[in-house]
Each structure stands twice: as structure tokens, then as C-alpha cells.
Design a protein around this ligand. Structure first.
Ligand SMILES: Cc1ncc(COP(=O)(O)O)c(C=O)c1O
Length: 337
């Protein structure tokens, strides 16, 4: 597969490490490795850096002087887009939707919001339930009428261009596995706007890697999540020139760990944060990677991964922790949700 056919800015710190998690593996009785996409670079890293390598190259190719995107208040994607824009000297505007109703000061101004502003981005707030893609198109058109050349990036950077970043990640993971003789049975990660899983599935299918990819949902119910991933994986495969490689059964999402809703911390997610921090020295975030890890931990305890070697793809997000300090009981060190 020849990804160099697509415009790309090589700014991510790649390849990210693929490492064993020895203490967590011992605790759960399953061999678990971690793919450190929390270390991709660009304002503390995370999965969006890989997508933005392709999206921002397209923005540059189109002569954009401004990028615009949208997400929840604590969007990691917004923060990484702001950082990438700063690096390229582009203006960045982020539309933030209140999907949680939290009035907590840190949630609204700390964590990713603080970093958005540090990178020079402007932000605009919307109440929950708005048609955010529609609002973004309106905002972009307003700027265009003022003479700006705006490149619009969908929420989560999830379109076939952004998903190329995770096709590339699939190649990278299989390359690392082959080089070190590491058979991988399953890849587990948090899934949301779907570009990460869609790119991974398209890449794995294009290579016939026979590694099963399990997305752990963070927002939508299972049928919707799987359909979103499947649709985008198919479009990504078309872009790659290998339409039809992705079959519906290649897309699997488990949405049992969403809890009460998007961006709302769960007890199992807080436990996952605690376990990763204390056993492996690795930070997760309550909105995405902790829910992905909660699924990993629970399914491991239930025997789902018997005799398998599992890789947990860490998609980043720890920059949001400062916005979620209310979810932790500092005095007793954890457990309030
Ligand atoms: C830390 C983190 N993990 C996982 C995801 C989900 O990735 P995707 O939106 O590509 O499904 C996101 C999306 O914003 C994220 O910020």
C-alpha cells in the first residue's frame, strides 16, 4: 500500500512505541501490550496527530489561512488541531459544544480549553444539541465572506483523509509485530467519531493482517457506532484504491462502557485510570481512553481474551485530566463519580 501518494506533513513522532504492560498483564492474567499513540507529539500527543498529518497537508495544498473544527468542550481533537495550526502559522477557530452540562470552572477553562487558547486558537461555545457541522459551515462561510480561505475539519478529524492516519498506524503496528516476531491477536481501543477504527480496519483488511480490531464505544449505541465505522472504513478503502476489502463483520464495537453518556466519567473508567497510573505509570483520560481501558479490563476479567495477545491502542487524552479533577477524590485518592 502506497500512502506516499497522498499529501502528508510528517510532523508526528513516529513510530510510537509498542511495549509490554507487564504489571497490568499479571494483574489480569492476559498478555497485554500497549501502542503508545499518546506519544505522537503535538501538544502532548494523541490519536489526532496522525489524522492531522493528512488533513493539514490538504489544508496547505488548498492554500488555507485558517482551519476550523468542532467538538465537545474538552475536545482533544480541537487542542491538537490548534497546536498543528500554530506550527503551520494558520489561524484556528474551534466550536465547542456543551455535551455534559458541567458548570465546573476547571471543566470549562482548564485542561484542553486552556491549551486551545495557549496555542492561539479562538473558541466559541454552543449549548448541547446544536447541529454542530451546520454551525461550523455557517461560521466558515462568514469568515469566507470576510476574505479568509478556511479549511473545515470535521469533528474528530474523521473523514477518509483523516482516517489515512490510522491506515498508516495499522501498517506501523504490523511492521513492528513482524520485526519483533510478535503475533497480535486483538487490538482494543476507544472509538468515538470513528476515524481511528475505520482507518485501522481499512489498513488491516488491505494487508490481510488477520488482527481483530475491537472499538470500545464512548458515545453512540452499538449499531450506530458500528455503522459509522463501517461506512467510513469503506470510503477509506475506496480512497486507498482497494474498495470491497472491508467486510461488515470486520467492524466490532462494544458500547457497554459508555455509562450515562458522552464525556461523563464512569466508575469503571476511574478504576482503569487508577490501574494504568499505578501499575504502568501511564495516564488515561476519563472521556475516551479510560472507557476503552475499562472495556479491556472487564473483558479480560471475563475471560474474553483467553490465550490471546492483546494490544491496547492508547489514543491519548490525558491533557483533559485537569478539566476533570472533580471526578477524583483527592483525599482518599479516587473513587467519586
Ligand atoms: C483520546 C481520544 N481517544 C479516542 C478518541 C476516539 O477516536 P475517533 O474519534 O477517531 O473514533 C478520541 C476522539 O476524540 C480521543 O480524543
Amino acid at each position: 500500500m502506497h500512502l506516499a501518494r497522498f499529501p502528508r506533513l510528517h510532523l508526528a513522532h513516529l513510530p510510537t512505541p509498542l511495549e509490554p504492560m507487564k504489571r497490568l498483564s499479571k494483574e489480569l492474567g492476559v498478555e497485554i501490550w500497549i501502542k503508545r499513540d499518546d506519544c505522537t507529539g503535538m501538544s502532548t500527543g494523541g490519536n489526532k496527530t496522525r489524522k492531522l498529518e493528512f488533513l493539514m497537508a490538504e489544508a496547505e495544498a488548498q492554500g488555507a489561512d485558517m482551519v476550523m473544527t468542532q467538538g465537545a468542550t474538552q475536545t482533544n481533537h480541537g487542542r491538537q488541531t490548534a497546536a498543528f495550526a500554530a506550527k503551520l502559522g494558520l489561524d484556528c477557530h474551534i466550536l465547542l459544544e456543551d455535551r455534559t452540562g458541567y458548570e465546573d470552572a476547571n471543566y470549562n477553562t482548564n485542561g484542553n480549553v486552556l491549551l486551545d487558547h495557549l496555542h492561539g486558537a479562538t473558541t466559541e461555545k454552543f449549548a448541547g444539541g446544536h447541529d454542530m457541522p451546520g454551525e461550523m459551515e455557517k461560521a466558515a462561510n462568514k469568515k469566507r465572506a470576510e476574505g479568509r480561505n478556511v479549511y473545515v475539519i470535521p469533528g474528530g478529524g474523521s473523514n477518509p483523509t483523516g482516517a489515512l492516519g490510522y491506515v498508516n498506524a495499522a501498517f506501523e503496528i504490523i511492521g513492528q509485530a513482524n520485526d519483533s516476531g510478535l503475533r497480535i491477536d486483538r487490538l482494543v481501543h476507544a472509538t468515538g467519531s470513528s476515524g481511528t477504527q475505520a482507518g485501522l480496519v481499512a489498513g488491516m483488511c488491505a494487508m490481510n493482517a488477520q488482527v481483530s480490531v475491537l472499538g470500545i464505544g464512548t458515545r453512540a449505541p452499538q449499531p450506530k457506532q458500528e455503522q459509522m465505522v463501517f461506512d467510513l472504513a469503506c470510503k477509506t478503502a475506496v480512497k486507498l484504491g482497494c474498495a470491497d476489502v472491508v467486510k461488515r463483520e470486520d467492524v466490532m464495537a462494544n458500547t457497554d462502557y459508555v455509562g450515562k453518556g458522552y464525556g461523563l466519567p464512569t466508575k469503571s473508567g476511574i478504576e482503569a485510570i487508577q490501574m494504568f497510573a499505578e501499575l504502568e505509570g501511564i495516564l488515561l483520560d476519563p472521556c475516551y481512553s479510560a472507557k476503552g481501558a475499562a472495556g479491556l479490563i472487564d473483558l479480560a476479567r471475563k475471560g474474553e481474551f483467553k490465550d490471546e495477545r492483546v494490544v491496547f491502542l492508547h489514543t491519548g487524552g490525558a491533557a483533559a485530566l485537569g478539566g476533570y479533577d472533580f471526578a477524583f477524590d483527592h483525599q482518599n485518592r479516587w473513587v467519586t463519580v
